[in-house]
Design a protein. Structure first.
Lengths: 320, 320
């Protein structure tokens, strides 16, 4: 980041921050699409009052304090809960999230892998291989293995469609009723128990809001079917991790696949690492694709510059 | 098998043999659909000359010798190579294989799991989990991960369609040119090298014939892309296992998923068991579903009884 910046002479700037995305790549993409701006990477900011937009993932808490001329903040991830919790962002500054940008497809593939991992008992075959045992196991057919998709927004719908196309029965659960959906969607807390009792496997893709934080607790797991499975690619904050551990230890859950955790990176002390029936990945179920994401952000900035509304503005009340 | 047989008074019989399927279940299904026959399970045959049909999987070699009135033999698996190699079956007796019966879908799910296992680097994450390491790896997108399907019959086509629907580029290879196919299919030995050089991952679903036996040898693996992957759900006889081991050890192949082997069950001495980059399953990629398979066999027997041709007769020259 020490090479000269192409647009250094420009006054207006876009702030970029992410520990997981390549700042040079992003600077190139944004400066090509928005030649009237220079792109600065936190904390190397010439003059905070030049910053009109921010493109961020998990920014440091004090990142926005001095940005007195900020017009909008773009989140590089699907989850915006940490931005909503940042009180240094004025209430009238729009927080904009990405609409898909390849995330949904990637997350759907992750979910399909997890569903097949448990339905086809690949986790048992892995154990048998370690013991050098050749032992075909009984078959549960896809068409009698109901998958419950917890959260039925863009990502949940793609997952449901992909699984249905592969022959799995799918049901959904959402906070509010959904239109234009072929899948049977259970709605609200009153229908949550029925949803859980009907699912051989539950995939969490909820947004993290005040209503959904800690939803997957002891009570939740106790309503799941004995011997069922849980996949979390929503947020760590949805799950009370000690309750999930108990549900696994008691045999209520036969297995879990976890991509997100209350604290990331997952602590080396976590007991999840060592559990045979738990598959752990380091928050990789959906990785933002720079080309697709920057296209969306560029066209949204153009909309704002021409005094129109950007697409994907987060409803702060609702939380997503 | 000692309880009284419902149709014991009947003269004509159907012989059943499989070590992997439940004979009671099959007897029930066949006797319900074909009440004019009794079903006998090898070796408990009252009078070999009563046997008019056989429904078998991996039968003992001398099974057909005394069956002087046999009219057709039905294979319970997709592979008929062992039946074709049995000289005790007269050349004019049709050998009939199942057309799908749920096999293709199951095998496609198996293939999808394997493709995602390697494309999304779940095998690396499994290793990292064992080391309690949180370490996101670089992403290869599905749309730049070309899957080559070796063998483009019923099963190969279902696999290709399912993977294409998930966003993977798919190419095929077949012995002879295929019609009514949207996928690009390479044809014959002259195009095999191009097919292999274009595939990040090769899935073998060929039938085992004189032409395809031992096809996956040192030369074959040397034409695959460095760092590519191999999934075998065809037959063990397609693969020279020592050549596959060398291809893995040399790093030419970055991983393999194997469901079939030259000798099954796989010997405890095989070095495949211990390889971190090899996933082993005990010939479970496609399990014949008794209900669907028996429906097909029953309607084929009805066709033969009414002097019509059954569906799925194996071309003995071609080998499938």
């Amino acid at each position: 980041m020490t090479e000269p910046i192409a647009g250094e002479h420009l006054r207006k700037s876009i702030l970029f921050f992410s520990e997981f995305d390549d700042p040079r790549k992003w600077r190139g993409l944004l400066e090509r699409g928005l030649p009237q701006f220079r792109v600065e990477c936190w904390p190397e900011i010439k003059d905070p009052s030049d910053v009109e937009y921010a493109v961020v993932w998990n920014p440091p808490r004090d990142c926005f304090k001095s940005l007195v001329n900020i017009k909008a903040i773009f989140s590089l991830g699907a989850g915006v809960d940490s931005l909503l919790a940042d009180n240094s962002i004025p209430a009238d500054i729009p927080i904009v999230r990405l609409l898909d940008a390849g995330l949904a497809r990637q997350m759907s593939h992750y979910a399909i892998y997890g569903v097949l991992h448990f339905q086809r008992q690949f986790f048992e075959y892995r154990r048998l291989q370690a013991q050098e045992k050749w032992s075909p196991l009984p078959v549960t057919l896809a068409n009698s293995f109901t998958v419950g998709v917890l959260g039925f927004g863009t990502i949940g719908r793609v997952i449901a469609t992909d699984l249905e196309n592969l022959g799995f029965p799918v049901i959904g659960w959402a906070n509010s009723s959904k239109s234009n959906v072929d899948t049977e969607v259970y709605v609200g807390m009153t229908e949550l128990d029925d949803f859980l009792a009907s699912s051989q496997l539950v995939i969490n893709v909820l947004p993290l809001t005040a209503e959904t934080r800690g939803l997957c607790d002891e009570r939740f797991f106790s309503r799941m079917r004995p011997g069922s499975y849980f996949i979390n690619l929503g947020r760590g904050g949805h799950v009370i991790e000690s309750d999930l551990e108990k549900a696994i230890d008691s045999g209520r859950l036969a297995g879990a696949m976890l991509d997100v955790f209350a604290s990331e990176p997952l602590s080396p002390k976590s007991s999840f690492w060592k559990r045979e029936s738990v598959l752990i990945t380091p928050h990789i179920s959906g990785v933002t694709l720079a080309e697709e994401a920057s296209d969306q952000i560029i066209s949204n900035i153009c909309l704002i510059e021409s005094r129109q509304s950007p697409n994907g503005v987060v409803d702060r009340e609702r939380g997503y």
